[in-house]
Design a protein around this ligand. Structure first.
Ligand code: ADP
Length: 481
């Protein structure tokens, strides 16, 4: 995409934002500026919400089979543009091209999944105590939803909201991250090609203030947000009226390697889930607790496997494992967490510096041993390629310890002994628990956080339910017996 193209999409038409502020999009691998775009003004935001509200009046009654056909058409159009969307993503976000392609593939899969779910929204007949009455429960779409999304998975996280909202009969205003506006533009171009009725999907652009205006807009009925805990809390505090919300916020996800674990599998899992996407994943492993009997060997093998990861520009060399961090604020936080741990006595196993041949936003994946509970890496979300490791002796105690966290998004554990497997899967109090694997997220199972990690669910039927209201209709028909 060239500089300064039209990046907002309102009521089926592309336009430039009308705010005076211009934002710059940079390639994190090179530092080069790749686009400048104007933020959406208050009038733009209002127009987008009004267009979604007008479209809702008809979209809500469109036959669900027809809505499913549209979702499939959108999936087809996105699939046809897969390589453009993926290279746009790598250019503005930094992840290796192969991973960006995989992410767009998941977006397609999500839309197809929700095309299937659209026709499975059905009600209930409830028995009444008195003859002559019928109670029926119907589902109706909530209304206009705002999808406010971050930059770490700029396609997939739009897709979860887009698929579920449209399948339910809601209309949508998307506000992507200011770091990754162009991926959203490419996705919406595909939606436009699919010929969706005007106003069903709208796109506004800008930083947090634009998100804030959308949140406070009285005609927004549902807020679907993925991002930091701080912003999630702000949304809760500032929405100003009762609205439906789903918030998918940060995590400080633990990995437990029990005494009976398959060490090789645990090491591979730890390296993958700590460093993939440079650790910029809410479900990344931040902290590992390894049984004392496996601790030294775990550290040796993790260092070995981490040393094999290839770091580079994921567009010029699509086969690299890791790209740069996406932005300077993220890198600064990583450096602060590493410094805090080292200052407090952690032992550096590997990393903690820029790779030899690169500066900028590149950073070596870092493993820190002998960590304690006070270190930031063991209690805050680092959102970067840092793994803090500690040892433990008693499984019940460590389960209790990892649960004692404000965060409750995902937890990982490796064990082969049945008693240990059961204790872990029952005891871990997190929205997702992955045992002997590190890929908990599948599109047809619910995904959501506990405690300060959020409220509501995405994925699966639960994700669709987040866009639906219940209506109880009690009819007195008078037929006796
Ligand atoms: P991240 O660090 O993962 O980007 P943020 O929470 O800062 O997390 O941003 C996630 C999304 O929320 C982005 O689209 C951002 O512009 C938006 N955002 C930031 N501040 C606000 C706010 N006060 N209200 C609504 N949206 C916001």
């Amino acid at each position: 995409m060239s500089r300064s193209e039209h990046t907002q999409y309102i009521d089926g038409a592309w336009s430039q934002g009308n705010a005076t502020r211009q934002l710059d999009v940079a390639n994190p691998a090179t530092g080069e500026s790749i686009a400048v775009f104007a933020e959406s003004s208050s009038a733009d935001i209002d127009a987008a919400v009004r267009s979604a509200a007008a479209a809702f009046r008809t979209w809500r009654h469109v036959n669900p089979h027809r809505r499913a056909t549209w979702l499939q058409a959108m999936a087809d159009a996105i699939e046809a543009r897969l390589s453009t969307i993926a290279s746009t993503m790598t250019r503005e976000q930094g992840k290796p091209l192969s991973e960006a392609e995989g992410e767009v593939g998941k977006l397609v899969k999500t839309l197809r999944y929700y095309a299937g779910e659209a026709v499975r929204v059905c009600g209930q007949i409830i028995p009444n105590e008195d003859d002559g009455f019928q109670s029926q429960v119907e589902h109706e779409p909530i209304g206009v939803a705002a999808a406010i999304t971050p930059w770490n998975y700029p396609a997939e996280l739009i897709g979860w909201k887009l698929g579920a909202a449209l399948a339910a009969g809601c209309t949508l205003v998307i506000k992507p991250s200011e770091y990754t506006p162009l991926t959203a533009v490419e996705i919406v171009r595909a939606i436009d090609e699919a010929g969706l009725p005007n106003g069903v999907v709208n796109l506004v652009q800008g930083a947090g203030e634009v998100g804030g205006e959308l949140v406070r807009h009285p005609a927004i009925d549902k807020i679907a947000f993925t991002g930091s805990h701080a912003t999630g809390l702000r949304i809760y505090e500032t929405m100003g009226r009762i609205k439906s919300v789903s918030l998918e916020l940060g995590g400080n996800c633990p990995l437990i390697v029990a005494a009976s674990a398959d060490l090789e599998a645990a090491v591979a899992g730890a390296v993958r889930r700590s460093f993939r996407n440079m650790g910029q994943i809410c479900i990344a492993i931040n902290r590992a607790y390894v049984h004392r009997s496996l601790y030294d060997e775990f550290l040796v093998r993790v260092a070995e496997a981490t040393g094999k990861l290839r770091i580079g520009d994921g567009l010029a060399d699509p086969g690299v494992d890791l790209g740069p961090m996406t932005n300077a604020a993220g890198l600064a936080k990583v450096e602060a967490h590493v410094k805090d741990a080292l200052d407090r006595g952690a032992r550096l196993i590997c990393g903690a510096k820029a790779p030899d041949n690169r500066g900028g936003l590149f950073y070596e994946p870092t493993v820190l041993a002998d960590c304690d509970a006070d270190m930031r890496v063991m209690r805050d979300e680092t959102f970067g390629p840092v793994l803090g490791v500690a040892t433990f002796d008693d499984l019940d105690t460590v389960i209790e310890h990892v649960n004692d966290s404000p965060y409750g998004l995902a937890a990982y554990a490796y064990a082969t002994d049945l008693t240990e497997v059961y204790k872990l899967s029952r005891g871990l109090s997190f929205g997702s628990v992955a045992m002997n694997c590190v890929d908990a997220g599948i599109i047809n199972a619910p995904y959501g956080g506990r405690r300060q990690s959020g409220v509501g669910y995405e994925h699966g039927r639960a994700g669709l339910d987040g866009y639906l209201l219940y209506k109880h209709v009690r009819i007195k028909h008078g037929v006796q017996g």
